[in-house]
Design a protein. Structure first.
Length: 1009
């Protein structure tokens, strides 16, 4: 069976059809470029570039069409009645049921098998209209190519020609150029893109659910590019969403790939773009009925989010109200919860910041447009005051550009309708506030806006600030002070209930609270070595915040010798809690104006350090660290103003209303602040002030602690600073211990750090000059005691050592200093040979303090009383024949000379009372005392040895001085137990500690009778 058609007419029909199709491609491409431009996805230069390319393609299309028509008109086949015969068997020899075609696997194709035998109808003259004949024939050829069932063997050249691209698709090259251009900008819709790439009948390749999903995405997806991949997975779904990584992009939305797999050939078409902002939320609001898939997606994410107790309920509710389609469609449930939690943490952080700190972050050089958008969006999820702040920040973006785009337009267009209304309302609110104020100068407007936008500042203080702004309008000499006054009030972190939001959430979720405390403890241990008791007290304070989020801050005192890490511990608390840290050094200060400022009326007056440091931290809950409290001086030798101010500051009933003298009549709340004080000697602090805070003793490091710190912290830090490789130098534990024991005498680690630094600096020079241990270069240099002695010389110890032999009237007392050192003081008591006044008295030398002088008198009485009670027994051992009174009056007519060596060093305190007593006994009885025994302890008139302080330092110093036995008061037994526990190497077979209770116990161990 055959049919006759005009090939010329069919060619012209195909040409015109393709021309119409490609011209529509160009028009649609032009419209899509304008859509991308209006959606702020491409800028002006990109828009002009793409439109120019489409213009050139339109010109090329017209030129090619005209050339083709002219060519056909001039061809030899001008006879329009000339027809070609086509045999039916040639074009219908494709068996639709052929198993090799794999068509049976697609139900949609099987339903439309009759389409492929349509040529039978044409040949049977069922279609009389020639135009329809060409249309059906063209459609048949196009569909054959689409589903790849083109005959492999043609019976004549005419039939082969009809299936060639040049015959049916004469403008194919231009179409390819249009599609190539579309790769950079995408298509107006997925439908349009699939039609251009696959063909107009592409829907026959997909099932109804796929078509419905494509149509849904068409309503909300803006394409920016597309590509075709031949590596689609056989098991992958027909349509899938993939989020692209665009962290470094300035785009406010996530870039998304919609991947569509072609069923018949497994090719993958990837459309890249953004989901449009669902401004009024119509898709979500109607999804329960119109889009079950979207509704279930939202419900699952909301249910998963509700399981997360670490996020405030109000925030979760507000966030779900303003959720974007991208966040809903692209992320998994777990990813979505993580994103919301990140947003919540950022919102909490913003809520705790002052307006000025938020603005600094917003306009910072390193800030991105994405971060700007997030700040404004999160503030709009908060209170009305937050909305006003968002409105002010949005106003700052109106003059800024990103390329050719206004940043304000980018932010506004990406907010949903409700947030856009809030932005407008915030501007209206601020305008209404301005109307209540008189005319403003240009210079004043910004300050007044800032004051009005402060959500935390009390209204009374706002009015005072606005009054000062009004005063600034008139030219006067007070302008600078008025400006300082207003700016400080604006920048001050005023407290509000939202400050406690984080700890309120922790209270509701005990598992999270427990994890938080463990995390803080881990951070404290990582940042600061040791000090377990101090850290324990700090963790208890954090526990109070969790149990009662609105509770006030606290006043803590860290007392201990220098170099043991008090400042580091305070900074570690700041880092572990994630709160700001500010330091005020009080050493040498005697003027209260340092803390509470100068009176406003004084010329050049300024706020005090407390207000300035609060402004610096920018948060109401922060840490203020007062260093060297015991070094603050009294003004004019009368009162200590610093202490007086701190007494008021640390009172929990009074610090809610701290008043700085610069700000007359303004109360600044400080009740959320953690105040940490540090000092070395608590005896120099006013007892009233000590009573206001919790005192935590920061104990000195023992040798084991120092070894750990040196090994794990100091050596790596110094080697890195000086430039040594990690494994280039090695110090053994024995070498480090030798340095600690022989070259340093301190409670902390500053001295050992200086020593190691000196060693490394000398070795660094040797390394540069290739000398010394580096002369024959090795991979690792082992530092031994010999090398250390060559670099540092022999240890120059200032420690007083025990005297060589037992002596009469000489005993080893023990001392401890506030800087964490200790040792022995040889107390010497001799007969007084001075005859001035010819009276019995005590001649005291060695720069003894008032308390020690009184202790000497008490010790003498206790010593004489002891001798009297035991005189009958003692006089036999020491050969005294007369009475005790006669013995003393005959031998010590003018009294005693009491001396403590190191005359230039001041000495004071009662702890040498026992030593003085036994020295008096030794001198009166003329019996020597053991030179290798030392003792400490205060004595009363009954001869009882009482408690002393600084025992740890005293024992360490005694051992270094050569003492083998130390006598310690019974009341210090707990201290001895702690020392044995914390410093197990101190007390051993070479160094014994004996507990004594009375003077009798001392005499037994010291008096050699």
């Amino acid at each position: 069976m055959t049919v006759e058609i005009s090939l010329k007419k069919f060619k012209i029909y195909s040409l015109q059809k393709e021309y119409n199709e490609i011209s529509s491609f160009v028009i649609e491409g032009q419209n899509h470029v304008l859509l991308l431009y209006n959606s702020l996805i491409i800028d002006t230069s990109q828009k002009n570039n793409y439109l120019g390319k489409f213009f050139e393609l339109a010109k090329e299309l017209n030129s090619a069409y005209n050339n083709y028509i002219i060519q056909e008109c001039n061809s030899e086949e001008e006879d329009s009645d000339k027809f070609e015969k086509i045999e039916l068997d040639t074009v219908s020899n494709v068996d639709i049921n052929d198993e090799n075609l794999d068509i049976n696997e697609n139900d949609e194709l099987n339903k439309n098998k009759e389409e492929y035998t349509l040529l039978s109808c044409i040949i049977n003259n069922n279609i009389e209209d020639e135009e329809k004949l060409y249309e059906k024939l063209h459609k048949f050829i196009l569909k054959s190519k689409m589903i790849e069932i083109i005959p492999k063997n043609f019976k004549n050249p005419t039939e082969e020609m009809m299936f060639s691209d040049n015959f049916c698709f004469p403008l194919l090259n231009i179409k390819k150029k249009v599609l190539e251009l579309n790769k950079n900008i995408g298509f107006k819709s997925l439908n349009q893109g699939l039609a251009k790439i696959i063909g107009n009948d592409y829907q026959e390749l997909f099932d109804k659910e796929n078509i419905k999903e494509i149509e849904f995405y068409d309503d909300i997806f803006i394409q920016t590019s597309y590509k075709i991949s031949t590596s689609a997975s056989k098991n992958s779904s027909i349509i899938s969403l993939v989020k692209k990584d665009n962290k470094n992009s300035d785009s406010l939305e996530y870039l998304v790939n919609i991947e569509i797999k072609i069923p018949n050939n497994n090719n993958l078409i990837i459309f890249t773009g953004y989901f449009q902002n669902d401004n009024i939320g119509v898709h979500l609001k109607t999804s329960q009925i119109s889009n079950k898939y979207l509704y279930l997606l939202k419900k699952k994410k909301q249910d998963k989010l509700n399981e997360n107790n670490s996020i405030n309920k109000r925030f979760k509710k507000n966030f779900m109200k303003h959720i974007s389609l991208t966040e809903l469609l692209v992320f998994t449930e777990d990813e979505f919860c993580e994103i919301v939690e990140d947003y919540y943490n950022k919102y909490t952080d913003l809520s705790n910041k002052s307006f000025m700190n938020i603005m600094k972050e917003f306009i910072g050089k390193n800030n991105t447009i994405k971060n700007m958008f997030e700040i404004i969006r999160l503030l709009l999820l908060g209170t009305e005051e937050n909305e006003n702040v968002a409105g002010l920040l949005y106003g700052l973006t109106k003059e800024k550009k990103l390329g050719s785009f206004l940043i304000s337009d980018l932010i506004y267009n990406n907010l949903n309708y409700a947030c856009q209304l809030k932005i407008k309302r915030a501007n209206i609110n601020l305008k209404e506030e301005f109307e209540k104020i008189k005319s403003l100068s240009i210079e004043d407007v910004d300050l007044k806006k800032q004051v009005l936008a402060l959500r935390k500042m009390p209204d009374v203080i706002k009015s005072l600030a606005l009054e000062k702004v009004e005063e600034m309008k008139s030219s006067n000499n007070e302008y600078y002070k008025q400006m300082t006054f207003v700016k400080c009030l604006i920048k001050y972190p005023w407290a509000c209930p939202e400050d406690d939001l984080y700890y309120k959430d922790l209270k509701e979720d005990l598992n999270r609270a427990s994890k938080y405390i463990l995390d803080v403890e881990t951070k404290l241990n990582a940042l600061s070595y040791g000090h377990k008791e101090a850290k324990k007290s700090l963790l208890q304070l954090i526990g109070k915040w969790i149990s009662n989020p609105t509770s006030s801050g606290s006043s803590i005192a860290l007392v201990g010798p220098p170099g043991v890490g008090k400042t580091l511990l305070a900074k570690s608390v700041s880092s572990a809690l994630g709160v700001p840290f500010a330091q005020i050094t009080l050493g040498g200060q005697n003027d209260g104006e340092l803390l509470h400022g100068h009176g406003y009326t004084y010329s050049g007056s300024q706020p005090g350090m407390i207000i300035r440091k609060m402004i610096e931290t920018g948060q109401s809950r922060c840490i203020i660290y007062f260093d060297e409290l015991d070094k603050a001086c009294s003004k004019h030798g009368v009162t200590n103003e610093i202490t007086s101010i701190l007494i008021h500051l640390t009172d929990p009933n009074m610090n809610k209303s701290f008043q700085d003298r610069f700000f007359q009549g303004i109360d600044f709340p400080l009740d959320k602040v953690i105040m940490i004080f540090s000092y070395n000697d608590s005896s120099l602090i006013d007892p009233i002030l000590i009573d206001r805070f919790k005192e935590i003793e920061v104990k000195p490091y023992n040798v084991t602690d120092k070894l750990e710190i040196v090994r794990n912290y100091i050596i790596p830090e110094l080697m890195n600073n000086i430039g040594f490789n990690k494994d280039s130098i090695s110090l053994s534990n024995n070498v480090i211990e030798n340095l600690i024991e022989k070259y340093t005498n301190e409670a902390g680690v500053r001295g050992i750090k200086r020593m190691i630094e000196s060693i490394l600096l000398k070795l660094n020079l040797d390394k540069i000059c290739s000398r010394g241990v580096f002369k024959n270069s090795k991979k690792t240099i082992d530092i031994n005691n010999k090398i250390i002695q060559e670099i540092l010389s022999k240890p120059n110890s200032d420690n007083t050592m025990i005297h060589s032999n037992p002596e009469i009237g000489i005993v080893n007392g023990l001392y401890a200093t506030s800087i964490g050192t200790g040792g022995i003081v040889p107390i010497q008591i001799f007969r007084n040979y001075s005859v001035s006044g010819a009276k019995f008295n005590f001649k005291l030398t060695g720069k003894l303090g008032k308390v020690m002088k009184e202790s000497i008198h008490c010790s003498y009485t206790a010593a004489v009383d002891y001798i009297k009670q035991n005189f009958e027994e003692l006089k036999k051992k020491v050969n005294i024949s007369c009475s005790l009174d006669d013995h003393i009056s005959n031998n010590f007519q003018f009294g005693f000379h009491v001396h403590a060596p190191s005359t230039s060093t001041p000495k004071d305190g009662p702890s040498a009372g026992g030593a003085f007593s036994v020295a008096f006994i030794s001198r009166i009885l003329n019996v020597p005392l053991r030179n290798d025994v030392a003792l400490t302890g205060e004595i009363d008139l009954l001869g009882k040895i009482t408690k002393i302080g600084g025992l740890n330092y005293k024992l360490i110093g005694a051992k270094k001085a050569g003492v083998i036995k130390a006598l310690v008061p019974l009341e210090n037994k707990e201290d001895v137990d702690d020392i044995k526990k914390n410093n197990p190497n101190l007390i051993n077979k070479d160094f014994e500690v004996v507990i004594v209770d009375t003077i009798d116990d001392i005499v037994k161990h010291l008096l050699m009778v």
